[in-house]
Design a protein around this ligand. Structure first.
Ligand code: CA2
Length: 150
């Protein structure tokens, strides 16, 4: 079994910790990547992390994950609510996907309440702050290792 996850953070998540702390907290993207690596490491998994503000870069990283990852943890950012293309990439690679949102998108503006990614993800975590990335890792690895079906 490949013991590596791809961590994808979408547009604007490089700004974590710089603005809107009341919604997204004070942790930075580097903190998020570190806590995700720690969570995965507890199960003997490593993490390859990518963040981009360019949709095509995210698609390429997702496609490349077919070669050497066993699952994808993704916070698509605002692309969650707009991108059929991102959804198709995730469906196309046929790896188990965990969708994470720092905020509780179901309790925010109506335009945030629909995610195109939701139905191609097997794990969904929202509203736990950045700790939700660790939750997503734990639940995704349980799926990968056959301890749960999601
Ligand atoms: O709650 C989440 O994790 C979101 O995916 C974050 C996205 C938002 O568009 C989604 O609806 C929910 C936005 C990320 C932007 O993050 C910033 C952080 C600090 C300052 C500015 C933007």
């Amino acid at each position: 079994m490949i013991r590596r996850l791809l961590l994808v953070n979408g547009p604007n998540l490089n700004l974590l910790g710089t603005r809107e702390p009341e919604i997204y907290g004070t942790a930075t993207l580097a903190d998020v990547e570190e806590l995700t690596r720690e969570a995965a490491g507890r199960f003997g998994f490593e993490v390859r992390a990518v963040q981009s503000n360019h949709e095509g870069v995210l698609l390429d990283a997702i496609h490349d994950a077919r070669a050497d990852c066993s699952g994808i943890v993704i916070n698509p950012g605002g692309l969650s609510h707009t991108s059929v293309v991102l959804r198709d990439a995730l469906a196309g690679v046929a790896l188990p996907v965990a969708e994470v949102h720092i905020s509780d998108i179901a309790a925010r503006e109506p335009f945030r309440q629909h995610s195109y990614v939701a139905d191609v993800a097997i794990v969904h975590v929202a509203g736990e702050g950045v700790a939700g990335y660790a939750t997503a890792v734990e639940r995704l690895i349980a799926v990968i290792t056959g301890q749960t079906d999601g």
